[in-house]
Design a protein around this ligand. Structure first.
Ligand code: G6P
Length: 612
């Protein structure tokens, strides 16, 4: 992870770099730094601070750095604790400056040989070797900066994107990409690099996405890109449509709350043009997709984090419609020797489209005999979208809060559309299809109703603020929703939370239940209701305090069971997992507020994990 940004221009680039860092902060925020080459004294000026980008902005007020060439970085620590010494940019001999996103796996052996050659290391990072390697190439081999970077990256193993500048070469910014995202922003008489397009939104809308192994030589008036073998290549220009999106919180206190409340609107966006009056508009998937869907015998879903939970819900939906489905976290899948039955569609799910493990899983599919690859993704310009044969875009808009909310519910909508398209080919009747599409069309309104519970949930949250643990229960497709609810609580309130299928409670977790263990359960009206109610009796009998989110029609079954019940109205079963997600998001949010944590940027986490 980490975010990198760089610029070469006539003007002072510091404000561009600082704004870029603010926009990249979702990628990491334990320290930040900037280096510019100041044309007034032809020296590199570096400033680094621990903490968020705002801390760097405040230091810059007191100790301004400026110049027409610069690179900057916001860090999510991998090698070396978050401290100023380990913050980027890293320098070698006050001549070469480097920012890096990713991991250099062979840094220890490189470090040993650089130390033997007389280099002194100031940090514990893997990145510093890159700065010294480039410096070594410049000094020993008498090559220019481009060649020095090329010869240096040839020695690196791992995933990285790099921005490099050099004191002796004020007309050049060098960028390299291998395994971590990097985009080149095209301006008039100025050029930029960044980890994503959003970082450069204020300065350009024209981009070139670097491909694996590319090295770019960037000057004010021109740029050249060289592929892995050093040959000049043309990469196509892209124009980003995301640019207008404001990064503001509006009237909300946090991005997370804003994003929770955006869900009815972005769900409607995601459905737009794909369903209409009870009909699934299959043409919206594209002609290639329809031809592939005709041949699908089964589905393998691979994802990480919250996106993985979306995949787990989809398994219930797909298998219910007769489509075999397996779901796996990408970090396991990529190193496991799997068996791919004939006619299997590989589906990756990702908000960012840049998660390193998910991308590596997609890249591993080549040798595994899949029918095709499809990604469900929220970022049209992302690596997963560019490398998958088929794409189903969620239209959640930019998600800033690190804990994913609207991306998850729109992923579920996309998965529901996929399940219905495949289900229709497995004999789902036209009338059942129409009924389920109508449920989806009602979803934005049902979500609005769920959001009305906000203040009731705020009050409920008080019961959790002093607790150290919580259990989340669900059955069927609500089990992954319980997992997602537990994850949200862990991520932002730092309360330890576990999810269990309610039927599994008696095989262990029941031993933990006492008055100090809140037990949260989602209770839609479905075929498993009676079973879940019995499981809840088991909790009550052991003195556990229950917090139930229930379908209105379930209320009548609850006498004698419940402690705290919040009713969601009547929720159609086919969309219940999407709707019951909302109160769990709100619960995590309000508990985090009571605990005073950093809701949008919880400790140790990052929005997009582009390292393994
Ligand atoms: C990180 C984020 C999670 C996200 C996961 C997968 O851990 O903090 O919110 O679910 O990455 O990210 P993706 O972009 O692939 O959905």
């Amino acid at each position: 992870m980490c975010g990198i940004v760089g610029a070469i221009a006539e003007r002072n680039v510091t404000p561009i770099l600082l704004e870029g860092l603010r926009r990249l902060e979702y990628r990491g925020y334990d320290s930040a730094g900037i280096v510019t080459l100041d044309s007034r004294d032809d020296r590199l000026h570096r400033l680094r601070t621990v903490g968020k980008v705002q801390a760097l902005a405040e230091r810059l007020q007191q100790e301004p750095v400026r110049g027409p060439l610069g690179i900057a970085h916001t860090r999510w620590a991998t090698h070396g604790e978050p401290c100023e010494r380990n913050a980027h940019p890293h320098l070698s001999n006050d001549s070469v400056a480097v920012v890096h996103n990713g991991i250099i796996e062979n840094y220890q052996e490189l470090k040993a040989s650089l130390i033997a050659a007389g280099y002194r290391f100031e940090s514990d990072t893997d990145t510093e070797v890159v700065a010294h390697l480039i410096d070594q190439q410049l000094r020993n081999n008498g090559v220019d900066l481009l060649a020095a970077v090329r010869q240096s990256v040839a020695q690196l193993t791992g995933a990285y994107s790099l921005g490099v500048i050099c004191r002796e070469d004020p007309e050049r910014l060098i960028a390299a990409r291998a395994g971590s995202p990097l985009v080149l922003g095209i301006g008039i008489g100025e050029h930029f690099i960044a980890s994503d397009v959003f970082a450069l939104a204020p300065v350009t809308q024209t981009f070139v996405f670097l491909e694996e192994g590319d090295i770019a030589e960037i000057q004010r008036e021109r740029f050249a890109i060289y592929d892995r073998s050093g040959q000049p290549v043309e990469r196509k220009l892209s124009y980003s449509g995301q640019m207008g999106a404001a990064a503001g919180k509006g009237s909300y206190r946090h991005f997370m709350l804003k994003e929770i409340f955006e869900q009815p609107a972005v769900v409607a966006e995601t459905l737009e043009g794909r369903v209409h009056q009870g009909r699934l508009l299959e043409d919206s998937f594209g002609p290639e997709a329809n031809a592939v869907f005709d041949q699908v015998q089964g589905v393998h879903i691979v994802a990480c984090g919250t996106s993985y939970h979306a995949g787990l819900v989809a398994r219930y939906w797909l298998e219910n419609l007769g489509i075999p489905c397996t779901v796996e976290v990408a970090s396991e899948y990529r190193y496991r020797r799997g068996v791919t039955p004939l006619g299997t569609l590989f589906v990756s799910i990702s908000q960012s489209g840049e998660t390193a493990d998910t991308l590596a899983a997609l890249r591993a599919t080549g040798a595994r005999g899949y029918l095709s690859t499809l990604t469900i993704c929220n970022v049209a310009e992302s690596s997963l979208v560019r490398e998958s044969a088929l794409t189903l875009l969620t239209r959640a808009g930019r998600e800033i809060g690190v804990a994913s909310t609207k991306a998850f519910t729109t992923q579920l909508v996309a998965l529901r559309l996929l399940a219905l398209a495949l289900g229709r080919r497995r004999g789902l009747s036209e009338s059942d299809l129409a009924a389920q599409v109508r449920d989806l069309e009602r979803l934005p309104r049902v979500l609005e109703e769920a959001l009305v519970l906000d203040s009731a949930i705020e009050r409920l949250a008080e019961h959790f603020a002093e607790k150290h643990h919580a259990l989340f229960l669900g059955r069927g497709p609500q089990y992954p929703i319980a997992m997602e609810g537990a994850l949200k609580l862990k991520e932002i309130s730092y309360i330890h939370a576990e999810a269990y299928p309610a039927g599994e409670l008696k095989h262990g977790p029941l031993a933990l239940v006492d008055a100090d263990m809140p037990v949260v359960c989602v209770l839609p009206k479905d075929g498993l209701l009676e079973k879940v109610l019995s499981n809840l009796q088991e909790v009550r009998a052991r003195g556990g305090e229950l917090f139930l989110f229930a379908d209105r029609e379930v209320d009548t079954h609850l006498s004698g069971v419940s402690t705290h019940v919040l009713s969601l109205g009547a929720v159609p079963e086919s969309i219940a997992p999407i709707v019951f997600t909302v109160p769990l998001q709100l619960l995590a949010y309000h508990v985090a507020i009571l605990k005073g944590t950093d809701v949008d940027q919880p400790r140790n986490l990052a929005k997009s994990v582009t390292v393994e």
